[in-house]
Design a protein around this ligand. Structure first.
Ligand code: ZN
Length: 81
């Protein structure tokens, strides 16, 4: 699911405030993030949750270092596409 412009800005702000806008691995300053993806939540015994975990992959364009930001911590309420 593509991020809307407001969500893109939230992720950009997160990168600036939490990473200082700099990749912790290669010190690059360019990041790629465009989509929200869902991950299955698997409990003990192999059961899966009815509600997947929504995350935003953020990748460094220089070295491919990638982190996942949890949607529910980014305060996206009210601006889900
Ligand atoms: Zn990097």
């Amino acid at each position: 699911m593509p991020l809307n412009p407001q969500q893109m800005q939230t992720v950009s702000d997160w990168i600036k405030t939490r990473l200082g806008g700099v990749c912790p691995i290669c010190k690059g300053q360019y990041f790629s993030y465009q989509d929200m993806v869902s991950l299955p939540v698997i409990f003990g015994g192999g059961r899966t949750s009815a509600s997947p975990m929504l995350v935003i992959p953020v990748s460094c364009s220089g070295c491919s270092y990638t982190i996942l930001l949890a949607e529910f911590h980014l305060n996206f309420q009210g601006n889900v596409p």
